[in-house]
Design a protein around this ligand. Structure first.
Ligand SMILES: [Zn+2]
Length: 332
């Protein structure tokens, strides 16, 4: 080829490339959603705000007149057994984050089960199905105790607001229920959303799936019936709260302050007031977070305090929800 046709060819290639880049650039720009207005709530009517605020909300209070056996307080010790599923759902395959999650199955759950044996108390374990499938021994160990509950905590700890897809969310929920039902030999009755975060579709799907209770919301210290768009859903809420959760205190990955000796008094004082009020106390921990040596020692102190105080009904979420259904007038 002479130099002239070569240069024509080069010009043609460059022009084509430039056109392609410009086109892609234009498409990229046109595919961008319009910038969201700041403070969208400021532009809504009261009716629109009511619809948003009360899509999922607190209905009838379900605080019973008395707990079983003259107990002053019902205590649900609960664990969200995320292990590494959250990272796997995001495709984060770093060895640090995966092995830190794996710790929950290798050391965390066994150490926690040993402590619960020492105190002879039951607990509820909310488990992403993938976590159960990846660590079958963990499930065998939990079930072998004969007094713990296993509930649903998503398929792979998927962020439901981020997923924001009704049919995908339904597929994952069904997959999670089917998987846990096969593994534990019965259909789980308790639901706790991954990261405690609902999408706009979650409550309806939880109700339609026939769960006895949910434990993802925070509108009260005590149990209540969940309203869906203003209507009683029949689903009992056993509320959780960040104050009585290990994640805000110990969740950071960089060594984490504070000391367990600073956290235990917070958990303890919440318990003491629940005892005074005759209420419900739901504590949430994560085996990959609280399963460490010093933190299980902190949990030991808390459980010892509860037992010394006395008149405590230690129960699973399932037992509490069934008791409330019979004794506090839930509709389902
Ligand atoms: Zn979780």
């Amino acid at each position: 080829m002479s130099s002239r046709p070569k240069s024509i060819l080069r010009t043609l290639v460059l022009c084509t490339a430039a056109f392609a880049i410009a086109t892609v650039g234009r498409e990229r720009v046109s595919a961008q959603p319009p910038a969201a207005r700041p403070l969208p709530g400021t532009r809504l009517s009261l009716d629109e705000l009511k619809k948003q605020m009360f899509h999922v909300s607190a209905g009838r209070r379900l605080k019973p007149k008395a707990w079983p056996d003259g107990a002053k307080v019902a205590v649900v010790i609960s664990f969200d057994v995320d292990n590494a599923t959250s990272a796997l759902s995001r495709g984060d395959l770093g060895s640090e984050v995966l092995s830190r999650g794996e710790y929950g199955a290798v050391d965390g759950v066994p150490r926690i089960l040993h402590l619960l044996d020492t105190h002879n108390i039951p607990a509820s374990f909310y488990i992403p199905a993938v976590s159960a499938e990846l660590h079958p021994q963990m499930i065998k160990d939990i079930l072998s105790k004969g007094r713990h509950e296993i509930g649903v905590h998503g398929w792979i700890h998927e962020s439901l607001p981020q997923l924001n897809d009704e049919s995908e969310e339904r597929r994952l929920l069904r997959q999670a229920i089917d998987s846990l039902t096969r593994i534990i030999g019965k259909k789980p009755v308790g639901y706790r959303a991954p990261s405690w975060a609902f999408s706009q579709y979650t409550m309806k799907q939880v109700r339609d799936a026939g769960f006895l209770y949910d434990s993802s919301l925070m509108a009260s210290d005590d149990a209540y019936e969940v309203l869906l768009d203003g209507q009683p859903s029949g689903v009992i809420e056993l509320p959780i709260e960040r104050i009585v959760d290990d994640a805000p205190y110990f969740g950071a990955s960089n060594g984490s302050l504070p000391s367990p000796d600073l956290v235990e008094p917070v958990f303890r004082s919440e318990f003491d007031v629940a005892w005074d009020e005759g209420g419900l106390y739901v504590l949430t921990m994560h085996p990959h977070t609280t399963g460490h040596r010093s933190r299980v020692a902190g949990l030991d102190k808390l459980l010892t305090h509860m037992k010394q105080k006395g008149r405590v009904w230690f129960a699973t979420g399932e037992q509490v929800a069934n008791y409330l259904k019979k004794n506090a007038g839930a509709t389902n």
